[in-house]
Design a protein around this ligand. Sequence first.
Ligand code: FES
Length: 108
Amino acid sequence: MSSILINVIDREGERTEGVEWKDHESLMECLTRHKFPILATCGGNASCSTCHSYLDQESFVKTGGTNEEEEDLLEMLDDTRHDNSRLTCQVEWSEDLEGAEIEIAPEW
Ligand code: FES
């Protein structure tokens, strides 16, 4: 099993370095395992948007950007949606994301 380390900024602006993300987890599963305040009420099906976060631009590109289902939901978020928004339940683990900066989006 492999894992990488990422950095996470919570809704209070507090940054945690060296958060371990294991290869069998989605980014949402990683964040909830580490007890970040993500409700994930839909269980990871791209239908609740409570896992919405921002990725640093470089990492966003590495993930390949949003998928179609995710895009439909993000479109409804209006002002909290940024160019680097992702639903973290749709972000798959990749070794390339080592060191990624993840900022948890405000609650809507
Ligand atoms: S957990 Fe519901 S959209 Fe990601």
